[in-house]
Design a protein around this ligand. Structure first.
Ligand code: IPM
Ligand code: MN
Length: 356
């Protein structure tokens, strides 16, 4: 039996309460797995940062890097200036482990709420492949004459041939294997970012020659935002840069059941199986306003756990979790016309376990 080391970072805000439900579901399926999951918890986030002034001790980072996967709740807290926890925990992991793909399904399940009028589960089932290590997230730049009326602030948009190509190639592969409509949409702003995004266009066309069965189109990000709302049914797989992917996947989440249902996988698909670190997390943040009240929907964290099982090759357990989530959603767990829960965070986890 294979052993997988899973590093758990529950983090801040609602992180701990949603991760608790994800762990509950993982324990429930554990006896049926082909492998054994070994969890280690890491106390990272606002509390430990405020205590030690160090968000990510080097020794902890080494252990995370040595794990097979990281399961993360959320980081970010109003008591810490914005950017510290995000950059030193989440972005550090993404960048230093070179997790260059952020895979974000936007799938509306029956029973989940969409604010889009006259759209249903048959219309909203696409996946966004977000580049995860470049763009303005790289943090290159600086400020000059800070705090004066002459201040200059520069943050560069990084797009490398290698970074774009490996992301685009993954997206073609994914779209082909997904075998849905076999349409891959590139989202960019090539009409304005004529240097950076025309690189994406060229690479998209070039790599596409290896995938003659995948139909392609390219769209500008402003138009894509509009079409997420107007006609989401046209999408199958989308590929885009880091910052556009960040913004579009919050929009994608809200049309496909809300942030409480959106999960994601941060991957380095070039690594060999085993000994590979990957990070699985809900798309939502720490939501400090509702933390500790049992209001958070844990299904995003539960679906992130399901993506982790898929990564470990546990296809059948992953499939069973998805079925149990679907069954839970059919139980009328939301307030009318809303993604707010009618039952508590832990009750949702219990229902999923019940169906398992
Ligand atoms: C996300 C989050 C992060 C991001 C933040 C927390 C740094 O919004 O995973 O989408 O911007 O990538
Ligand atoms: Mn985001």
């Amino acid at each position: 039996m294979k052993n997988f080391k899973v590093a758990v970072i529950a983090g801040d805000g609602i992180g701990p309460e949603v991760i608790r439900e994800g762990r509950k579901v993982l324990s429930k399926v554990a006896p049926q797995l082909q492998s054994k999951l070994q969890f280690s918890e890491y106390d990272l986030g606002a509390a430990q940062y405020l205590k030690t002034k160090e968000a990510m001790p080097e020794s902890v980072f080494k252990e995370l890097a040595g794990s097979d996967a990281i399961y993360l709740g959320a980081v970010g807290d109003p008591k810490v200036p914005p950017g510290i926890l995000e950059r030193e925990i989440l972005l550090k992991i993404r960048f230093e482990l070179d997790l260059y793909i952020n895979l974000r399904p936007c799938i509306l399940y029956e029973g989940a709420f969409t604010p889009l009028k006259n759209k249903g589960p048959q219309d909203i089932h696409f996946v966004v492949v977000r580049e995860n290590t470049e763009s303005v997230y790289a943090g290159l730049g600086g400020v000059f004459r800070k705090g004066t009326s002459e201040e200059v602030a520069i943050q560069e948009d990084i797009n490398t041939r290698k970074g774009v190509e490996r992301c685009v190639r993954f997206a073609y592969d994914y779209c082909q294997k997904r075998n849905h409509k076999k349409v891959l949409t590139l989202v960019d702003k090539a009409n304005v970012l004529t240097h950076a995004h025309q690189l994406w266009r060229r690479v998209f066309a070039e790599v596409g020659r290896d995938y003659p069965d995948v139909r392609t189109n390219a769209t500008y990000v402003d138009a894509a935002g509009m079409d997420f709302v107007r006609k989401p049914e046209i999408f199958d797989t989308l590929v885009t840069n880091n910052i556009f992917g960040d913004i579009l996947t919050d929009l994608g989440a809200i049309i496909s059941g809300g942030l409480g249902l959106a999960s994601s996988a941060n991957l380095n698909p070039s690594r060999k199986e085993g000994g590979a670190s990957a990070l699985f997390e809900p798309v939502h943040g720490s939501a400090p306003d509702i933390a500790g009240k049992g209001l958070a929907n844990p299904l995003a964290a539960i679906l992130a756990a399901k993506m982790m099982l898929e990564f470990f090759g546990e296809k059948s357990a992953a499939g069973r979790i998805e079925k149990a989530v679907r069954a839970t959603l059919l139980e009328n767990i939301f307030q009318p016309e809303s993604s707010d829960l009618k039952i508590s965070t832990s009750a949702v986890g219990d229902r999923v376990c019940h169906f398992l």
